[in-house]
Design a protein around this ligand. Structure first.
Ligand SMILES: NC(=O)c1ccc[n+]([C@@H]2O[C@H](COP(=O)([O-])OP(=O)(O)OC[C@H]3O[C@@H](n4cnc5c(N)ncnc54)[C@H](O)[C@@H]3O)[C@@H](O)[C@H]2O)c1
Ligand SMILES: [Zn+2]
Length: 362
């Protein structure tokens, strides 16, 4: 087992990464009181709930099982968590435990931020995406019909347990979507990690436990470093949005669920790379390397044919990263070094948006 710390002063917390951690007694010491509410969903609970429950010897454990899917990440279904907490008379020393992917994690964290003005919570992420991204950093929330993740709070967990064995049951497409965020960390922060991913992508897709542990560890380390420097996203944390403004446009255009978030981000990162090359920052060879690694990860690299540049620009303009009407994008100066810029030349952006269907021929 590996352990690292998210350093946030007296709110610092450990991330445990390794095989078969769901069954090991890691959590009890992080509980605030004796009450525990495990929140999971109807897909993950049959696989891992009993194993997780076996960790707790002295606590009173209750559970709430949500329906599975992003479409249930809303206030109505959030209320199911509050219903369960109140019906079972959970008090202010209760601990909520999220067992599932990012949807369960974001909802449980938000419920913990709100219940009795804030209770303790623990993340047990079971998708690659949630292990390397959403479970770390304290962003929690639900969707509103008018916008994704628009109702939420910052609320840090007291521990994160990333069990690499849980990834064995994850559908292939979900694994690839998680790999997009892993590749993102190499692109924004660590060229050597990008090289390592090129060499180890096949092992990762074959779910080699040692390779997965290493990739998750380095990803969490980078996320933890960025979050420790800029918890509320006033600066460097924005780099984690590489590919996301293009990606959100794809997700919104196609309807949530048609493209997985990580798939849209993967294609979005290639579009950001193409624009970075047009700005004279990234060389074409590096754009090709990025494309090849995305393909090796099983990700799409061409935006939907139906999307016009005008649609992209309209959808990108409503992204929440737009400040004062100026489009701000994360671009790359080189593999391993990203920057936020609001000085994108519209002519070059338009070239990227029209060229995207040709990216395969770069
Ligand atoms: N808070 C943050 O900082 C942050 C960052 C990135 C993404 N997110 C959010 O995360 C969500 C996406 O998370 P996700 O990609 O984990 O999606 P998800 O939670 O919908 O999980 C994907 C699918 O895999 C299933 N699943 C989960 N674990 C499994 C396992 N071990 N075996 C088999 N099936 C399993 C789920 O039930 C679901 O059907 C989005 O709502 C996004 O907004 C939040
Ligand atoms: Zn993302």
């Amino acid at each position: 087992m590996q352990m690292l710390t998210v350093d946030l002063g007296d709110r610092s917390y450990p991330i445990y990464i390794g095989e078969n951690l769901i069954e090991q007694p890691l959590l009890e010491k992080h509980l605030k009181g004796r009450q525990v509410m495990i929140v999971s969903n109807e897909t993950v609970a049959p696989l891992y709930l009993e194993k997780l429950k076996s960790q707790f010897s002295a606590a009173n454990v209750d559970t709430v099982i949500l329906p599975d899917g992003e479409s249930f990440k809303d206030l109505e279904h959030l209320n199911l968590i509050f219903d369960a907490l109140l019906e079972k008379r959970h008090n202010r020393t209760t601990t909520l435990v999220a067992l599932g992917g990012g949807v369960v994690g974001d909802m449980t964290g938000f419920a913990a931020a709100c219940y009795q003005r804030g209770v303790t919570f623990i993340q047990v992420p079971t998708t690659l995406l949630s292990q390397v991204d959403s479970s770390v950093g304290g962003k929690t929330g639900v969707n509103h019909p008018l916008g994704k993740n628009m109702i939420g709070a910052f609320h840090q967990p007291v521990a994160v347990i990333a069990d690499t064995d849980a990834l064995n049951t994850l559908p292939e497409r979900e694994l690839s979507a998680g790999l997009a965020e892993v590749i993102k960390y190499g692109l924004i922060y660590d060229a050597a990690f990008f090289d390592w991913l090129e060499a180890n992508m096949d092992s990762l897709r074959q779910r080699d436990q040692a390779a997965l542990t290493q990739a998750i560890h380095r990803s969490c380390e980078i996320k933890a470093e960025v979050v420790a420097q800029d918890e509320r996203e006033s600066g460097i944390r924005a780099l984690l949005n590489l590919g996301h403004t293009f990606g959100h446009a794809i997700e919104t255009s196609q309807g949530y669920g048609a493209w997985l978030h990580g798939e849209a981000v993967g294609t979005g990162m290639l579009m950001a790379a193409d624009l970075s090359a047009r700005m004279g920052w990234l060389c074409r060879d590096d754009v090709a390397r990025i494309r090849d690694l995305l393909i090796a990860a099983g990700l799409p690299v061409v935006a939907p044919k139906s999307m016009t540049p005008e649609e992209f620009i309209r959808l990108m303009a409503v992204d929440k990263k737009v400040l004062d009407g100026r489009l701000r994008l994360v671009l790359m100066r080189s593999i391993g070094e990203a920057v936020v810029t609001d000085e994108v030349d519209p002519v070059l952006l338009n070239q990227t948006l029209t060229a995207e269907s040709n990216l395969g021929q770069i």
